[in-house]
Write a protein that binds this ligand. Sequence first.
Ligand SMILES: [Ca+2]
Ligand SMILES: [Ca+2]
Ligand SMILES: [Ca+2]
Length: 511
Amino acid sequence: MNFTESSGLQTNVLVDAITNSPNPLVDPIQTLNGASSSLSSSSTPTPLSIESPSPAKNSGNAYYVSTNGSDDNPGTSDKPWKTVNYGVNKDIVKAGDTILVQPGTYTELITLGKSGNSESGYITLKANGNVTLRDPDPINGGFREGVIQSAGKGYWNIEGFRIENSSWAGISLRDANNMIIQNNHTYETGASGIIVLPETYYGGGEAEVTSKNIKVLNNTVERANWRWQGNGDDNGTQEALSIWGVDGFEVANNTLKEGKREGIDAKVGSRNGSIHDNTVSGQALVSGTPRGYNGGPAIYLDGNRADMFNIDVYNNVVFNNTADGIVIADEAPNQGDVSNIRVYNNVIYGNGIQGMNGGQGITVTSNVRNVEIVNNTIAKNVQAIVIDGTDYTGGYRSHDIMVRNNIFADSTYRNGSIEDVNNLTFDNNLFSDKFEKLYDGGSGLGNLKASNNTMVKSVEFASLDGNNFHLTSASKAINTGSPEIGKYAQFDKDGKQRNQGGGVDIGAYEY
Ligand SMILES: [Ca+2]
Ligand SMILES: [Ca+2]
Ligand SMILES: [Ca+2]
């Protein structure tokens, strides 16, 4: 297949439109209470921290589940219950209580049948040692089924499980509020490892923004979408870690590896959130296969059928993914747009396959505005950056995009491309001389302000071959960045104060 600059994106757009269609298979979860959803329309420029009581402070009762227990028992440590699903539905379990699951393998679907609350706290469901949860039927199970699943529930802390071999998702939370999902490991899940999604899926607009205050922390999501066989397949749909229609989210310190489709995907009106300190590699494994597709970002913001705004993407390491790195797009420009996005301190390397896909480090497409791309280090991708506001998917030409203090090193096809964008500021970036131009400038550039971009023979990383992108003393990146960066970027990826040695450095790491 011949390389074209937009091949990855175009194909990706098509495929998501197909695979986001409703699945006609049986809905495994009874529809219970609809979630309350208080939507915030405000947009603030500071990274968001979701307030929540610490589950560790739960002062409630502890109950136990063990493989050698009985559901006729009282659920004490001496007389534990046998099934997790029994425990999470038992009347005696209240807000603030903890259910400890003793070591072993449990083969059952676990449907959360109640909620905690803000006064008494979360209900904690926790692995008390090595606990594996398995789908009792890894072949059958429709759209939205998860080995742990819920509908309209909130205030749960789900912690420490290994979940594997599922027909659809590992953890699937519908219309959820105030959930913490932490320290779990999903492995070879049919569809997503972890997904939050709306009951009104595919409805469009605010109706799809039904979840709020979701934290997904320190999980490993490995081999997600493992049943995905390519276009037209209903089994392995969605993405490895999907945040769908969520107001208020934090996705942090997760490790994603070897997924067949996209990695972390905040989509359809998700807003007021952050994606940070995650490590994402080996995603989009099907890209370029005969029935696969040639896209699939490792981290994806897709506004889709509702407004998406106020999201920070920072301190992530995104490497060796088959297709793209970080993509900001809007697959459904007729409903809502994407705005107020900050992408900073990310290290993005080795993504894409030349001749097969675009392999962009960072991409912004049409119907997107007010994006700041600051102090990222982008190396050894097919191309480093593409800003393309062409309206082939509809919507307006992208505008008010800032690309500042980034390193673009050793791309394999070209540094980047920009076209059809208004009010693009492109300054104080450093790029290696493998290609003469920093970007191929296409048509449709309104009010482009490009200045102080510097070409160097070598960035002088600690080790380009060894993927250590810290700077060494000879680097021209030192003290040549612009100090005009947001408050959010005052510290580098390592937490070091910027402006060491009298000036801000270019790239993710301050020398
Ligand atoms: Ca199943
Ligand atoms: Ca949209
Ligand atoms: Ca400095």
